[in-house]
Write a protein that binds this ligand. Structure first.
Ligand code: SAM
Ligand code: SF4
Length: 335
């Protein structure tokens, strides 16, 4: 980098992008009903996936543009063979200060130690229910015990916070809100309730199935134990982090539907086949893989990234006229 200060990735609305989500595979051993259809998924040919070297090269370029945080996701990222090697490579890139992982937890018990040793800083484990039957209804697999094995393994390691992602679908798992609230009082987990979003073609989404953040907060406060108090405020929007007024436990909210945080969005995504997406709901992608494989030099790739980020969408239009679903499923984009 010959001593010059890094460029900053900025979009035309003044937002600075410093957070990159990378999907390392579109494959998954779960079939969560909000993410992908039960049958008929066609996986990418493995040759289509970016190699670890290609990912590391892109991350180095993004780092010179001010990106400091990386999240590895998928599909199920732990289905990508030897993911720890990629983490080791990313850990060595100057400017990258935080490497996180979002996983369904199935392979975590066997891999957690080596991932943390490789340089993983933070982890999010998806677990939509504490009840085996409801869990199976949500993810169409009978694997709750495997997720718990993974969480137990992570709890023994020096990695905090351990976030537990819970997508709520009204009528299926929303009766467990209170139970999840009790969980964070006894375990070192931050439960994050994620509003169900319309993405892909086969998720049965409707506004009635979304459980808005305000409703969850009211229900937890009505439990009569301790009350939720915000840890972080964003103007007049609901906070996205809360603790209890006796200090025990933390709960987070991703209110993408009821209170979108687009105006402060600092992230972009790379799909497992090397397409840059500037919004989860983008209808347009920038093909970085063909540049990487076509012998294009670093400066040209960086300029392409700068130009694409400049055009980052102002925000999504969920539940408003003009909203168009992206064709890719969440697993194909990298959630
Ligand atoms: N397989 C990993 C997992 O499930 O954690 C990583 C990929 S998954 C696509 C990333 C996150 O997206 C998960 O927490 C999942 O619950 C969330 N997600 C998937 N589809 C969603 C939807 N339609 N609405 C809200 N969140 C969704
Ligand atoms: Fe797989 Fe994650 Fe999608 Fe569930 S949410 S089907 S675990 S990629």
């Amino acid at each position: 980098m010959n001593g010059s200060p890094p460029h900053i990735l900025r979009d035309s609305f003044g937002r600075i992008v410093n957070n990159l989500r990378i999907s390392v595979t579109d494959r998954c051993n779960f079939r969560c009903r909000y993410c992908m259809p039960e049958e008929g998924m066609v996986w990418m040919n493995k040759r289509e996936l970016l190699t670890f070297e290609e990912i590391a090269r892109l991350v180095s370029l993004f780092a010179t543009l001010g990106v400091t945080k990386i999240r590895l996701t998928g599909g199920e990222p732990l289905m990508r063979k030897e993911l720890y090697i990629l983490i080791e490579q990313l850990h060595c890139i100057s400017g990258i200060r935080d490497i996180a992982l979002t996983t369904n937890g199935y392979f975590l018990a066997e891999q957690a130690k080596v991932l943390v040793r490789a340089g993983l800083n933070r982890i999010n484990v998806s677990m939509d229910s504490l009840n085996p039957q409801t869990f199976s209804t949500m993810v169409r697999r009978d694997y709750l015990h495997k997720v718990w094995e993974g969480l137990d393994a992570v709890e023994k390691l020096p990695i905090r916070p351990i976030k537990v992602n819970v997508v709520l679908i009204r009528g299926i798992n929303d009766h467990e809100i209170e139970e999840f609230a009790r969980l964070v009082r006894t375990k070192p987990f931050v439960v994050r309730f994620i509003e169900f979003m319309p993405i892909g073609s086969d998720d049965g989404w409707s506004m009635e199935k979304v459980v808005p953040t305000r409703e969850i907060i009211e229900r937890i406060n009505a439990m009569g134990d301790s009350k939720l108090v915000p840890v972080e405020y964003h103007g007049d929007q609901p906070a996205d982090r809360y603790t209890f007024d006796d200090g025990a436990g933390e709960i987070g909210f991703i209110s993408s539907v009821s209170e979108p945080f687009c105006s402060s969005c600092n992230r972009v995504r790379i799909t497992s086949d090397g397409k840059l997406r500037t919004c989860l709901f983008s209808l347009h992608e920038t093909d970085l893989k063909s540049m990487l494989r076509g012998g294009v030099n670093d400066d040209e790739i960086k300029q392409t990234i700068i130009d694409a980020v400049w055009k980052k969408e102002e925000g999504h239009l969920i539940n408003r006229p003009g909203f168009v679903r992206p064709e890719r499923t969440m697993s194909q984009i990298g959630g």
